[in-house]
Design a protein around this ligand. Structure first.
Ligand code: GDP
Ligand code: MG
Length: 303
């Protein structure tokens, strides 16, 4: 195993460019939540890819953006701090958008920190054929003619193998850092609560913004009389206002039912067995502004 490599790779980029979708694709399992709504990734999350060549530990981050409140500040802080100590940064961009000041901001930030980075032009599937050359030129204007661009579609997997090959070129020789079958560094509670939060965001869209947290109160393996086992999960959805609670519950509970149905189906795949999911909704006014609540709901400051 002389040539075995291992190292850390940060996925960095603005909200909604597809970092979490890409991480899921690269790992091959749904470990992080994705959403058409920006800022769904709140904590740093590591996804581990083990191949014969070595081990890549990908670090997913919240997008870099201007902070609007304490939670926002924390997102930016965590994203910025997550480039230190990693072997290479993947700067993920939405190639379906014309590059702009935000992209330059992150590039300058990486240069200032003397960090090696690869430019990943994600969502390449969305760029029309006749636009592709023009788009590449626009990106060259920001990153220079010598920069190679990795053209990727996180949705269908195009370009992902090449991306993995390229990342390995930048990794040092090193030992296996996680056991081969471990794909994620987060406890199962975090993954499960994220699957509920994902469905809240997907089902309610703009009406319930980012003031939602989910607490997993209980996980229990239960054996039926007929010998069959299932996992019972009790989760609380926390919102800031009574009106949001109403939206999440929906008419005669219909919204909560839909949220539960989709979340349960994703949980089933993650846990690989039948699930009984019970959901409650609770109002905690202004939880995002309270340090104690941020910690309680799992958003601790990272260094
Ligand atoms: P993040 O905020 O950077 O983590 O972005 P997400 O992974 O949550 O993705 C944001 C949205 O972009 C989701 O609706 C994804 O389905 C979509 N998306 C991500 N990658 C691609 C891609 O390669 N092609 C297309 N068409 N959509 C993508
Ligand atoms: Mg994300």
């Amino acid at each position: 195993m002389d040539n075995y490599k291992s190292g850390f790779v940060t996925l960095l980029g603005r909200p909604n460019v597809g970092k979490s979708t890409l991480l899921n694709k690269l790992i091959g399992e749904k470990i992080t939540i994705t959403s058409p709504v920006a800022q769904t990734t709140r904590n740093k999350l590591k996804g581990i890819l083990s191949t014969k060549k070595g081990q890549i530990i990908f670090v997913d981050t919240p997008g870099v953006h201007k902070p609007h409140h304490l939670l926002g500040e924390r997102l930016v802080h965590n994203a910025k701090s997550s480039i230190h100590g990693v072997d290479i940064v993947l700067l993920i961009l939405d190639s379906n958008e014309i590059p702009g000041r935000g992209d330059k901001y992150i590039k300058d930030f990486l240069l200032a920190n003397e960090k090696d980075y690869l430019v990943v032009l994600n969502k390449w599937d969305l760029v029309r054929k006749e636009m592709k050359n023009l788009r590449l030129n626009q990106y060259e204007e920001i990153f220079g003619k010598n920069k190679d661009f990795l053209l990727v579609s996180a949705i269908n997997g195009d370009g992902c193998l090449k991306l993995i090959e390229t990342v390995f070129e930048f990794l040092p020789r090193g030992p296996m850092l996680y056991e081969e079958d471990i794909i994620c560094d987060q406890p199962i509670n975090t993954l499960l609560s994220d699957l509920v939060r994902e469905q809240v965001l997907k089902n309610t869209r703009e009406e319930v913004p980012h003031s939602v947290a989910v607490n997993i109160e209980k996980i229990k393996e239960i054996k039926r009389n007929n010998g069959k086992e299932f996992t019972a999960i009790l989760a609380t959805i926390i919102v800031e206002r009574m009106s949001q609670k109403g939206i999440i519950i929906g008419k005669k509970g219909s919204m909560l039912k839909n949220i539960g149905k989709s979340a349960r189906s994703n949980m089933k795949n993650l846990i690989d067995g039948p699930i009984h999911l019970e959901l409650f909704v609770k109002v905690v006014p202004n939880w995002r502004k309270k340090e104690s609540k941020l910690v309680e709901f799992g958003y601790e400051e990272e260094f």
